[in-house]
Design a binder for this molecule. Sequence first.
Ligand SMILES: [Zn+2]
Length: 293
Amino acid sequence: MRIVLLGAPGSGKGTQAQRLAERSGVPQISTGDLLRAAVARGTPLGLEAKAVMESGRLVDDALVLGMIRERLAEPDARAGFILDGFPRNLVQAAALDGLLAELGQPLDAVVQFEVADAELVRRISGRRTCADCGRVFNVLTSPPPSGTDADCPRTGAPHRLMQRADDNEATVAERLRVYAEKTRPLTEFYRKRGILRVIDATGEVDAVTQRLAASLAARPTAARVRKPAAKRARPRKAQRAAGRRGRAAEPSARRAKSARRKAPARVARKKSRSGPGPKRPGRRRTARRRARR
Ligand SMILES: [Zn+2]
C-alpha cells in the first residue's frame, strides 16, 4: 500500500494517516517528522537541513526528497507507506513521481480529504498541543480527557495546552489561500493518473476512518472521468507539459499520425473538385508544434 493523503490544514489527514498506519502496519511518513528526526540524528541531510533552517531559509524540495528516499529505504517501508503533508505543489508531485518510478514503487492511491473552509477555520483555531508530551487536542472537537487518565504521561500533571503560533484565525485564512493555490491543483494531477479518491472528511473521526477505508477498497474516482477528460481539447501549454512527461501525450501523437495517413486521400478528392483546400496550413502548424516538443 503506497498512498498519499491530500487535504487542507485542519482536514484531519494527519490523524487518519496515523490510524491507517497502525491498522495496516505501513509507516506514516510526514515530512515534518522526517525533518525533525534527521536533524536530531545528525544525518548528512539532517545537518544540511539544520544549516538551512538556522539561516532562516526554507528547506528545498531536493533535500526533502532526499530524506523521503532515505526513509523509503528503511525495512519497515518495504510493504508501503502513507505520505502525509507531501507533496504540497505540482513541482513536488512531479519530483515524487520521478523518485517512485526510479524505485519501482509507484503510488497505488491518493486520497483527497474534503472539508469546507468554515469548518477548517473552526477546527484549526480550536487546536492545542501539549507543550510537554506533544499530544494534539482540539478544545472544540476533541478536548483533553478529564478524570483519572487526564494527566500528561510526561509530567503526571494536567496537559499544558499551547496554541501553535500559526493556528490562529488570522493566519489560517492565509494558509487556506496558499493551499487552494498550490496544493489544490494536485487533485487534477492525480485524477489524470487514475489514482485519485475523494472522501468527505467532515463529522466524527471514526466515520472518516470508515470512509477512508471504503475509498481505498473502491475503484478510484478517476476511472469514470478519464475518457472525457482526454477528449477535451487541452490548452497548448498543458499539451507541451504532457509531452515532457511523455505519457498523456501519446494518444494525441497517435491520432496525429493516423490523421496524416488518412489525409492524402481526402486532400486528393478535394483537389479534383476545388483545388487545394485550406487544410494544409493547419497541418503545417501541427508539424511545427510537433517539432517544438
Ligand atoms: Zn501532555
